[in-house]
Ligand binder design. Structure first.
Ligand SMILES: Cc1cc2nc3c(=O)[nH]c(=O)nc-3n(C[C@H](O)[C@H](O)[C@H](O)COP(=O)(O)OP(=O)(O)OC[C@H]3O[C@@H](n4cnc5c(N)ncnc54)[C@H](O)[C@@H]3O)c2cc1C
Length: 439
């Protein structure tokens, strides 16, 4: 059997490793357009800030490891430019080469969204989308004085911290009225206050132009102008599906449609990771969830099924955690505005409480729980201290389709430095009881 995998990131290398572990005698080939495999883009902000010292640390394993330890035929500098029935064509180290496959996996990830204004010819306008430009971003960051970051999703927020840690003057321009627009306003308001201590946060502003001779000198919005010597565009991502688009069916999001075995519309062709759609466990509908943990698991499932075994991917919750200096921010499931958009009749509870015992300092957390009228839990968001463990707990509950009673009665352990007898999750559940008429 010849297995071909396009893309050597999280999904691709996990799938390759799985197939090879289950079918050691099959040929497993990975084609990766860059020089890197098994890379961790999630670490880029920490590499830029200097918390991670060496670029190489961003790659979990190197190419040699996959070749010698796992027997995977890894081709780097191999960009796949065409896919057809049973074959693909790659531009490999400057030469076009054709390969045959019996089973194929698209694991091509996502790419940064571009702004709808002209800036291609200006140096110093950069994205933080993938591993290949991490070093470039760092080089520019080290010599810049004024940096404008466009977008305040989690990448914009993490880059804002990275840049201010390097001592740069940072302006963050966000089109929405709050940072992290996927979160609800109460949660984002806490982050806003914290960000304003470190950066010039401009909300409700849209970039209309960049100016500069050869390199960027100014970012112009619909309301103001900001001088800068570096600009970072972090306005979201698109699924990377150019080579797949005419070969397999895409979903509404533009990502590749898959079933729970990660099979596409074409026999023996699979898709996994940021380029693939999957199920949102809360809504039960197809969704596009471009995050690292789901990408790895989709890759795992694709690998098992490609190897001829059976494993189903149930979907994910879009669980996420980020931080800004000491402030942790996290979310699992739907925020209130997302739930309303999905058509749920929603009840919610927002609580501000200590995350640890009264007599410990520094433990404030703001937590919001969202449920529907039947009491089904739809999502939890939190900001402050002790967020990660609440989001982990919430993820487990949401994954099992829990209701507000489950949230109340789950036996969360109490230990004064880290939790409370009445945990913030339980307090939020009790508030929801009131709104749902539960005594
Ligand atoms: C700055 C940053 C921070 C992030 N932080 C987090 C985080 O904290 N938590 C989280 O869950 N997620 C985070 N993510 C998202 C996470 O990195 C992705 O969800 C994950 O990398 C997706 O894995 P993947 O294998 O689908 O795609 P990728 O890791 O992008 O791998 C796709 C691979 O395909 C290759 N490729 C594409 N087209 C071709 C082609 N035609 N031929 C050959 N190769 C090709 C690419 O070069 C790439 O190596 C972050 C992303 C960024 C950019």
């Amino acid at each position: 059997m010849n297995i071909a995998i396009i893309g050597g990131g999280a999904a691709g290398m996990t799938a390759a490793s799985r197939v090879k572990a289950l079918r050691p005698d099959w040929n497993v080939m990975v084609l990766e357009k860059t020089n890197f495999v098994s890379h961790a883009p999630c670490g880029i902000p920490f590499y830029v800030s200097g918390i991670v010292e060496y670029f190489e640390e961003l790659c979990t394993y190197d190419v040699a490891h996959f070749r010698s330890e796992r027997g995977i035929d890894v081709h780097t500098n191999a960009r796949v430019i065409e896919v057809g029935d049973g074959y693909l064509v790659a531009e490999e180290n400057g030469r076009e080469r054709k390969y045959e496959w019996d089973k194929l996996l698209f694991a091509t990830g996502s790419r940064a969204k571009r702004l709808n204004v002209k800036y291609e010819e200006l140096e110093g306008v950069l994205c933080v989308n993938d591993i290949t430009n991490a070093e470039k971003v760092k080089k520019w960051a080290l010599k810049a004085e004024n940096v404008v970051i466009i977008g305040s999703g989690y990448i914009g927020v993490e880059m804002a911290e990275a840049m201010t840690r390097l001592g740069k003057k940072v302006t963050v321009v966000e089109m929405a009225e709050r940072p992290l627009p996927e979160y609800d306003a109460e949660i984002a308001a806490v982050l806003k206050t914290e960000m304003e201590k470190f950066v010039n946060l401009r909300l409700g502003e849209r970039v209309v132009a960049f100016e500069g001779k050869d390199k960027v000198e100014k970012v112009i919005t619909n309301k103001a102008e900001y001088r800068c010597d570096m600009a970072i565009v972090a306005v979201g991502v698109h699924p990377n599906t150019e080579i797949a688009r005419n070969f397999v069916e895409l979903g509404k999001s533009g990502a590749i449609k898959t079933n729970s075995r990660m099979e596409t519309s074409r026999e023996n062709v699979y898709a996994a990771g940021d380029c693939a759609e999957s199920i949102n466990v809360v809504t039960g509908k197809s969704d596009w969830i471009p995050l690292a943990a789901p990408a790895n698991k989709m890759g795992y499932v694709a690998g098992v099924n490609m190897a001829g075994y059976e494993l189903h991917y149930p979907g994910s919750l879009k669980s996420q955690i980020t931080s800004f200096y000491g402030l942790e921010i996290g979310k699992a499931g739907l925020s209130e505005h997302e739930a309303i958009r999905e058509g749920y009749e929603v009840v919610s509870a927002f609580v501000t409480t200590k995350s640890n015992a009264r007599y410990f300092i520094n433990g404030l957390v703001h937590l919001k729980a969202v449920a529907d009228r039947s009491g089904k839990l739809l999502g939890i968001q939190a900001v402050g201290k002790g967020v990660a463990m609440r989001i982990y707990a919430a993820s487990a509950l949401l994954y099992r389709g829990a209701n507000v009673r489950d949230l109340f009665f789950t036996d969360f352990p109490y230990y004064p430095p880290v939790s409370r007898v009445w945990d913030p999750l339980v307090v939020a559940a009790r508030n929801l009881f009131r709104k749902l008429g539960i005594p």
